[in-house]
Design a binder for this molecule. Structure first.
Ligand code: HH2
Length: 293
């Protein structure tokens, strides 16, 4: 039976991210480090930069392949943060982690924060606005960082009010195709680009489920797909569990996304996700080389 991976990435595909060449032959785990008082699942826990650094170190020990450091929550109703405050939150984590063994991504939409973060060693820019804010595309293009382009309908304040789509997968794909073309035209090579359907960003539960099923179509463009389903409300809707009790459903969602072609999963629970992916990968590899019989 063929592996259920519709991606056109070659087995030896790499993502270029600053000084890192990330091999994509196995799914990568991006561990979330929210240095915020108000993130939807872990707000306040790592708001103190020292706690955030400790948390980042723990995620690396647990096997994170990438760290995603954010200083501004994107949940509906979250507090806007200015450039200085965002940098005050994230720079200590970058200073402590960016010279280490794992690439650090910065989760921001502000060009000034992107620039300062890359100067401090960030190897990836993760932007929920897909570099649409004024100046962001130019700043990202002038770096050697990888970029993650995410789809969002509307903006975080109002995106969950009443999201409407005709064909959610086709619309997300068209948006991402356009953003990739714009990035390429600005000089960002395809080997630096990751695409992300933006689970929970202007999507009802049914849209999120359709998009999980649609990952093979998104992956068919030949770029790595990142899936960020960890602890999100769609999982609460399915299981009836509160945000702190969504570890099992988050792990299941990561596996389902990877099985459909996602190459990077953005998660809060790194150790559990790594174990689950190890099982999935072992099964896939055993199918390829005939071992394990
Ligand atoms: N989700 C969140 C934040 N950033 N970036 C990408 N590329 N994809 C995602 O799905 C994504 C993201 C929201 O999760 P979290 O960081 O835990 O919450 P908050 O935005 O409240 O800090």
């Amino acid at each position: 039976m063929a592996a259920p991976d519709a991606s056109r990435l070659t087995p030896r595909a790499v993502l270029r991210a600053g000084r890192f060449d990330l091999a994509l032959e196995r799914p990568l785990v991006m561990g979330v480090v929210n240095v915020t008082p108000d993130s939807f699942s872990d707000g306040g826990r790592f708001h103190d930069p020292r706690k955030a650094v400790e948390h980042a170190r723990r995620l690396v020990e647990e096997g994170a392949d990438i760290l995603d450091v954010g200083g501004e929550s994107t949940r509906p109703g979250s507090l806007p943060v200015d450039v200085q405050e965002e940098l005050r939150r994230i720079l200590p984590v970058l200073d402590a982690m960016a010279g280490g063994p794992v690439p650090v991504s910065v989760d921001t939409s502000k060009p000034e924060v992107m620039r300062a973060a890359v100067d401090a060693g960030a190897a990836m820019i993760n932007d929920i606005y897909a570099l649409r804010q004024p100046g962001a595309l130019q700043v990202a293009a002038a770096t050697d960082a990888a970029v993650c382009l995410m789809h969002m309908q509307g903006d975080p304040r109002t995106m969950q009010d009443d999201p409407v789509y005709g064909d959610v997968v086709a619309e997300v794909k068209a948006f991402l195709d356009e953003r990739v073309a714009t990035c390429e035209a600005a000089g960002i090579g395809r080997d630096r680009i990751v695409v992300d359907p933006g689970f929970g960003f202007g999507k009802k539960a049914v849209h999120n489920l359709d998009l999980i099923r649609g990952i093979p179509l998104l992956a068919a463009a030949g770029l790595p797909v990142l899936a960020g389903l960890s602890r999100k409300s769609v999982l609460g809707k399915i299981t009836g569990r509160m945000v702190g009790d969504r570890i099992h459903s988050s792990v299941a969602a990561a596996i389902v996304a990877v099985a459909r072609g996602a190459r990077i999963v953005r998660v809060h629970d790194v150790a559990a996700t790594r174990d689950a992916l190890a099982v999935w990968t072992a099964v896939e590899n055993s199918g390829m080389n005939g071992h394990g019989r």
